[in-house]
Write a protein that binds this ligand. Sequence first.
Ligand code: KG4
Ligand code: ZN
Length: 338
Amino acid sequence: NPKKYILAIESSCDDTSAAVLCNTKVLSNVVATQEIHKQYGGVVPELASRAHQQNIVPVVHQALAKANIDKNQLSAIAFTRGPGLMGSLLVGTSFAKSLALGLHVPLIAVNHMEAHILAHFIDDKDQSAPAFPFLAMTISGGHTQIVKVTDHFKMEVLGETLDDAVGEAFDKSAKLMGLPYPGGPLIDKYAKLGNPGAYPFPKPKVDGLDFSFSGLKTSILYFLNRETQKDPGFVSQNINDICASVQFTILEILMDKLQLAVEQTGIKRIAIGGGVAANSGIRQRLVDAEEKLGWQTFIPKFEYCTDNAAMIGIVGYLKYEKGEFTDQSIAAKARYAI
Ligand code: KG4
Ligand code: ZN
């Protein structure tokens, strides 16, 4: 039977997700987002593991039901081995191992960062895959990375963040302005109404293609402290301009590095992914770069940008085709390079 049904499981951070793919097509992609972390203003690892434990069985059942697939039809089980929070990874890893053992099907270990990139290869009418070679920039609450991709499994990390991820920079800046977690989408919303040049923030000086965002957070903190001492209503009165200025600085940092990566590699195909790819500003910048710089840019459908199991499933399928299976001795890895 040329049709392969892959059940994929993702539990690396705070989303419990299960998906069923038939070859490169997604039949279902169920994501249970853990609301518990909102009140803490960030992900609490211990609470994340417990929530995964509660969610995993119902989420897998839903994914099978939505795909209208019986578990006995499955060809393989794919799961996120890392990188991520150890307690969270252990839940998905143990579950996947047990299920593969019980169903007598192969087990496939997937690197979460490779999956963010290979999500572009999901067969969906709303997205198209980049041709090789291309540059992938993964930007989310946990990651900031530029990768040169010469084949599905030939990837080279060209640069990554030395401290905070881009999404963290958005969320921490938003927190300083008193906005609720996660603040990234709110900064995006207010930025549309503000002047990006109102308050210039310094860009970090980082060599090569690596990133740094912790300095920006500090300068925003000092700036807001100084201004609210003069005028306690400063933030609420100027929220649009502040958000536009913060977002502008973050986008400048991202676009500078992308431009440098294009110069260094000569590759003008750019594929982005991760939750921050939802940002309307970065989307506009990429459209502009297509016109002005001759780039070809790719953004997956939003549900394949944020953490999801469908992206684990596409890697599972590609590895299935290569016969890349793992045995039951496999262990989760919190730090797991591409
Ligand atoms: O991929 P994701 O759902 O989870 C991981 O971190 O892996 O990404 C979430 C991050 C959060 O930091 C959130 O604030 C940010 O993506 N984000 C945005 C936007 N939508 C989500 N940041 C800026 N603008 C947005 N529109
Ligand atoms: Zn992720």
